[in-house]
Design a protein around this ligand. Sequence first.
Ligand code: PEP
Length: 249
Amino acid sequence: MARRKYVVGNWKMNGLSDAVAEARAIFVAADDHPAVDVAICPPFTLIGPMAVAAPGKAIGGQDCHSAASGAFTGSVAAPMLADIGASLVIVGHSERREGFGESDADVRAKAEAGLAAGLSVILCVGEPREVRESGGAIDYVLAQVADSVPGEFDPARLAIAYEPIWAIGTGLVPTVADVAAMHGAIRGALAARFGGAAEEMRILYGGSVNGDNAAELLGAGDVDGALVGGASLTAAKFVPIIGAGASLH
Ligand code: PEP
């Protein structure tokens, strides 16, 4: 089946109030590319203001707690994201897995919480450099998929983002053949577990995507979009990536 391209910006811990205007500019420009689904995941503090400035647009959190409420100082629950205007949440980003010690079980619980709150989920997986160099990348990532993807969900509401850790923020990218091989392996594992529903699930690539390499990466086999960090912060850098996605439809 034809899956719509999905281009998602992860702003990480960047952006004060004045960045809302930039997000609005991105969404306005993205309207010229209606074949591509576009989302921005800003810091928690900007979700509400962005939802007001860009009504109806896909705005998401970068993490959520697995519980719906409770004594978890500093955390944000998935229903809170939905309440303030988010429609999606990223879970399992390597900066959370590595920097905050999140296990596959934690990531699965967060994904389940996001889905239960009515959000779409982007679930990140990806190998460290030494695993890639030792030839074990596919086995490593498929184990993450097996252990962190929930057992039951609407396939249209859960996307996987393959983000090799060594490619994030470094300017390094895998070869297109390696990306296609990994995405094909992930699709195969999803098909073995979920049958035909795997065809509806989008698998995004993330790691140093920019306007120059987006068309090639987005055109690789089984690549349904991109999760973009640094190049998603301005319309000047992000809109060409959206345009690259549109050119492939
Ligand atoms: C990310 O952090 O999800 C990411 C892909 O970052 P960058 O595009 O900056 O490599």
